[in-house]
Design a protein around this ligand. Structure first.
Ligand SMILES: [Zn+2]
Length: 325
């Protein structure tokens, strides 16, 4: 079954590589529209005014003196694709364990009021955006309506406004627009860096093409948990096993309450309930230990777990440009 899933990734790698060249060209032209900064720059790269969600409604200009800047961390959720498969056995579940067959693929933007922006996970491959339903191998399909870069652009946010990027892990459906963020500081576990950037030829489930532009970017190599902005509000929590350096993200939201973004610690609600481990995980024991660690963390922080691939939950969320704070 691993081979089968593996085959799926290989197929995807092939399907994605050629359109990537085209995708890169498209992305460049998209970027041209993003660089116009009509807003106010705050320390740490936060821009107010050009972003309609940060302003107080209506057109904002740099001379708007009545602008109120609140102190809340904001979390934006983006629809970065869907993945559907009739056979979920590679996820370590029997087809009777759940009737869920479609997975949501999210991207997230976390905006700290004074210290910058973090992009967490980058969705399906950018080249799939706007192409309709596409085969994903073995009868699975994938669909990506509007690329992340365009969704960010709709909010007047460009790659140059993103201070940090971090991915729960480097699988294709989490790094699909990664190459666009090569000027941001990459926060990555050292073990994931080794597997995805150094030993990727031995790890066919990593599609190096999708994130190769980050090879030369500024990196903070992590070996465990990491406080992103230094004030405890946004924390990367190491949770290895799905991949060597898989991680999850804690975000403290003043109004909504604390949230934990699951990465692929669980793909389905049923995975959590049944403590099942996908067949394609790199380490089953480590995954189970990470589940224990994260469940304990959830109890101690009272954080709400958002299973990133949970479509039913995603459909209840307010997507960007709405946000949680
Ligand atoms: Zn994964």
């Amino acid at each position: 079954m691993f081979q089968r899933y593996n085959g799926l990734f290989r197929l995807l790698a092939l399907a994605v590589t050629a359109p990537l060249l085209f995708g890169a060209l498209v992305s460049c032209s998209n970027l041209n529209g993003v660089n116009v900064n009509t807003g106010v720059n705050l320390p740490g790269g936060i821009r107010v005014g050009a972003n309609k969600n940060l302003g107080q409604g209506g057109e904002q200009t740099p001379t708007n003196k009545n602008k109120k800047v609140d102190n809340n961390v904001k979390l934006y959720v983006f629809d970065c694709g869907r993945f559907a498969t009739q056979d979920i056995s590679s996820f370590g579940l029997s087809n009777d364990d759940t009737d869920v067959r479609e997975l949501f693929v999210p991207c997230y933007l976390i905006e700290h009021p004074t210290k910058g922006r973090l992009l967490w996970d980058a969705g399906l491959p950018a080249a799939l955006a706007g192409k309709g339903v596409q085969p994903a191998g073995n009868g699975a399909t994938q669909e990506y309506s509007e690329g992340l870069i365009d969704q960010l652009s709709d909010m007047d946010v460009g790659p140059e406004d993103i201070d940090y990027v971090a991915f729960s892990h480097m699988h294709f459906d989490h790094v699909g627009s990664a190459n666009l963020f090569s000027d941001s500081t990459l926060l990555i576990q050292e073990s994931e860096y080794q597997a995805a950037f150094k030993d990727y030829a031995d790890n066919p489930i990593f599609n190096y093409e999708l994130y190769k532009d980050l090879a030369g970017s500024t990196k903070t190599l992590l070996s465990g948990d990491h406080d992103v902005f230094g004030d405890g509000k946004v924390k990367i929590i190491s949770a290895p096993g799905h991949t060597p350096g898989h991680q999850v993200l804690y975000v403290y939201l003043n109004n909504y309450g604390p949230v934990l973004l699951s990465g692929d610690l669980y793909h389905f609600e049923a995975s959590r309930k049944l403590r099942t481990v996908p067949l394609f995980n790199t380490n089953k024991e480590q995954t189970l230990e990470s589940m224990d660690k994260v469940e304990k963390f959830l109890k101690s922080t009272s954080a709400t777990l958002w299973i990133e691939h949970n479509l039913a939950q995603a459909e209840r969320l307010n997507l960007a440009p709405d946000f949680y704070d």
